[in-house]
Design a protein around this ligand. Structure first.
Ligand code: HSE
Length: 314
């Protein structure tokens, strides 16, 4: 029995898609930053969006990634349901850490709690991918799935959805966000549509090595598998200072890393918090030398995904 007076609140975390070698098939959730969302039933049928931040995102649900995801979900519910969704984005759109996925996944998870958990996680990923389609022109689940499941997720297939949740060893994550915007659609449009077999073989080896390294908690194997011969060489030209940030981070002790999703953020994984902090320092130094305005985060992998909370900061 649905409680019509219920108000549900969640935190939807940022995510790092691709995990370097796993373009569109690997991603992980981080503890911070996260978007804050609240849902409640209202008498107006459909989706009503309320923005509680300064990004001025569209409030027409069909043009809003959270709205598009929720509309897809309501299409599979009885008619007449009205949900008001209040969104406070802390994850800057276009930053490369799954801002659109947090909106889309947060929307369907918070609404599903309101609807007494009638859908399972695979359904929620399916609905939320409509938000990604609106944002980037294609459905992909490598931000959505880790946002909902937590940890690292392997998306073996999206049609039909086949998601494998992996529990990684403790890993610290350093992210630098150069203050430029890269649209996922642009970052996808420059990719080569054909690849050499020798490059595909290298990439298969790295994806398999990374998954095995995560499962066996083998940090050295994780580190040497964080190599991308397909996408990074093309996309890194969009990110000023990419090569220097990467080499200085490795020199500071990072296991490895690369472009976060479609960029411009760059992430590095480390075995300890002290190394992750040293990596942050190295990243900042490169950005300062290049007069590149930036933000950094030091966080860790979030094994919970979107979580229900009692209160929000708005
Ligand atoms: N896998 C997607 C891409 C993630 O790299 O285009 C976008 O965040």
């Amino acid at each position: 029995m649905m409680d019509l007076n219920k108000i549900v609140r969640v935190h939807a975390p940022a995510t790092v898609a691709n995990m370097v070698c796993g373009f569109d098939v690997l991603g992980f959730a981080v503890a911070a930053p996260y978007d804050e969302m609240q849902a409640r039933f209202i008498s107006t049928p459909g989706v009503t969006i309320v923005n509680a931040d300064h990004y001025n995102l569209p409030t027409n649900p069909a043009q809003n990634v959270a709205g598009a995801a929720l509309l897809a979900m309501l299409e599979e519910c009885e008619p007449g349901i009205g949900i008001e969704l209040t969104i406070k984005k802390n994850i800057k759109p276009g930053s490369g850490v799954g801002s659109s996925a947090a909106s889309a996944a947060g929307a369907v998870v918070v609404a599903n709690i309101l609807l007494d958990h009638r859908f399972d996680k695979v359904d929620l990923v399916r609905f939320a991918m409509n938000g990604e389609k609106l944002a980037s022109g294609v459905k992909h689940a490598d931000n959505i799935a880790p946002c909902i499941y937590g940890g690292v997720t392997l998306i073996r297939s999206i049609f039909p959805l086949d998601i494998i949740a992996l529990t990684p060893p403790d890993l610290y994550v350093t992210i630098v966000h150069p203050q430029i915007e890269v649209r996922t659609s642009d970052a996808r449009s420059i990719l080569k549509q054909q690849i050499y077999l020798k490059d595909a073989i290298k990439q298969f080896g790295n994806v398999a090595g990374l998954v095995a390294g995560l499962l066996q908690k083998d940090y050295a194997l994780i580190g040497r598998s964080l190599e991308d011969v397909l996408v990074e060489p093309v996309r890194s030209i969009l990110i000023p200072g990419f090569d220097a940030i990467k080499s200085e981070s490795l020199a500071a002790g990072a296991l490895g890393g690369g472009i976060s999703g479609s960029g411009p953020s760059i992430f590095m994984l480390s075995e300890s918090e002290s190394t992750a902090l040293a990596v942050e320092k190295a990243m900042k130094k490169v950005c300062e030398n290049l007069a590149l305005s930036h933000h950094t985060y030091v966080t860790n992998i979030n094994n919970t995904g979107i979580k229900e909370v009692d209160s929000l900061s708005f």
